[in-house]
Design a protein around this ligand. Structure first.
Ligand code: GLP
Length: 238
């Protein structure tokens, strides 16, 4: 694991944007694995700014998102389709972008097609990840066993509570999701994880133990040969 520490959220976002920019320079037709959540918002706005300044060009590259609630309409304001469109896809020029469908009436088929599409693209070059306060990756929640393939999963109770802040009172909040499994994530040539904010300090401490905790999905990434974590000061707890 390579660790980069930053003084602020802004510095973390800008360091992450540098990695994206270098990846595009190295391989304009890169396949990106993308994440949602509040953590990558600064990175996405930095990428939009760099795109507008002519510093990055996604026209030859494609993306696959990690996960999507299920069931949810892509037009729902809390769907990850909507989030990505709002913060990135509507503002830059990816050749193609895919997010698992939360609308499919055949989620199993959707998952199989999703993995097949990632494989057909040659796998992911750079996988961006956030991390849940319980150590989840995408929606791979702490469990006794972990799936390799994209799959439909139930969310941990703590995740439902953590994410409830985004849903208005009375609004139905999905308790399941489609998520990439560890196969596609681990298959990525490089993994970039962003960790920001004091709520993530316990997870950072666990990662810095350099141990695999089977109940902390993020710790499995310590086995990946090209795993970079950018951590801001607040998350470090210093
Ligand atoms: C969400 C997403 C994850 C994300 C995580 C952390 O539930 N499924 O992909 O990394 O939770 O989100 P945040 O960055 O808002 O802390």
């Amino acid at each position: 694991m390579k660790i980069v520490t930053c003084d602020s959220y802004e510095d973390m976002s800008s360091a992450a944007a540098d990695i994206f920019q270098n990846q595009l320079l190295k391989k304009p037709e890169s396949i990106f694995g993308l994440a949602t959540g509040s953590t990558p918002l600064g990175l996405y706005s930095e990428l939009v700014a760099r795109f507008e300044a002519g510093l990055v060009d996604f026209s030859k590259s494609s993306s696959f998102n990690l996960d999507e609630y299920y069931p949810i309409k892509s037009t729902h304001h809390q769907s990850y389709h909507y989030f990505m469109e709002e913060h990135l896809f509507g503002k830059v020029n990816f050749a193609s972008s895919r997010v698992p469908s939360g609308e499919s009436d055949d989620p199993k088929g959707e998952c199989e097609q999703y993995d097949a599409a990632i494989e057909a693209a040659g796998g992911i070059d750079l996988q961006l990840l956030g991390v849940g306060v319980n150590g989840h990756i995408g929606f791979n929640e702490p469990a006794a066993t972990y799936m390799l393939s994209t799959h439909l999963t139930e969310l941990a109770q703590s995740t439902i509570v953590t994410n409830s802040r985004f849903f208005a009172e009375g609004e139905i909040q999905p308790t399941s999701a489609i998520t990439m499994g560890f196969g596609a994530i681990f298959g990525a040539k490089s993994i970039l994880m962003l960790i920001s904010g004091a709520s993530k300090t316990p997870i950072v401490k666990k990662l810095l133990e350099y141990k695999i905790h089977t109940d902390i999905p993020a710790s499995l990434l310590l086995l990946h040969p090209d795993f970079t974590v950018i951590i801001d000061k607040e998350a470090l707890g210093t």
